[in-house]
Design a protein around this ligand. Structure first.
Ligand code: XMP
Ligand code: MG
Length: 191
């Protein structure tokens, strides 16, 4: 086995450690569980692919310790905008597989930046007559305050820098990094 991981040389610095993520997820799960203790039918988690996949997996298992029961749905959306900022116009690449009428929905998001994607998604889900819709986001960037998206549960407020790891990618890579960090400038230069 190799001494280090392939990505070690590419990471400039760690922003949030693996241990911090683990502790925070347990905390978030306790809060969501407490607020949904009487949720009829349990919680319907809606994961927004692909970035939230690690968070979904760990958050669902943490929720399992505190209850109530959960079910998982996955959506994939894409912003019509060009470049790295979203336009707020969203295209559905993968829709829900089931009816969410009367359900207690919790959207599981990786990171809220402009908040435009999330704001669109909340309206979309609310139009399908769920009983409640809440959002849990592991990371939030400073711009998120500009758009009024009610993100009820937030893990970490992070600086306005592009980050990778724990599901977050740069050109589809670094999702498997167990912590969240910033890439060295030369990584962008060589792509
Ligand atoms: P908005 O701006 O609509 O978009 O809130 C949020 C989505 O943008 C992506 N995003 C990032 N992805 N590192 C990433 O890998 C980042 O630092 C970052 N900031 C935003 C992400 O897909 C999120 O769902
Ligand atoms: Mg991405």
């Amino acid at each position: 086995m190799a001494d280090g991981s392939w990505y070690d040389a590419d990471i400039d610095r760690v922003i949030i450690s693996e241990e911090q993520i683990k502790e925070k997820i347990a905390e978030l799960a306790q809060k969501v569980a407490a607020d949904h203790a009487d949720a009829e039918g349990g919680i319907l988690l809606v994961c927004v692919l692909k970035g939230a996949v690690m968070f979904m997996a760990d958050f669902a298992r943490a929720l399992g310790h505190y209850g109530p029961s959960t079910e998982m749905e996955f959506m994939a959306v894409s912003s019509y905008g060009q470049g790295r900022t979203s336009s707020g116009v969203v295209r559905i690449l993968k829709d829900l597989d089931r009816d969410i009428t009367g359900r207690h929905v919790v959207i599981v998001e990786d990171i809220v930046d402009s908040g435009l994607t999330l704001s669109w998604l909340m309206k979309y889900l609310e139009s399908r007559s769920p009983e409640t819709v809440d959002v849990v986001a592991l990371f939030r960037k400073p711009d998120a305050v500009k758009v009024q998206v009610p993100v009820k549960y937030v893990g970490f407020d992070i600086p306005n820098e592009f980050v990778v790891g724990y599901g977050l990618d740069f050109a589809e890579r670094y999702r498997e990094v167990p912590y969240v960090g910033v890439l060295k400038p030369e990584v962008y230069a060589r792509s």
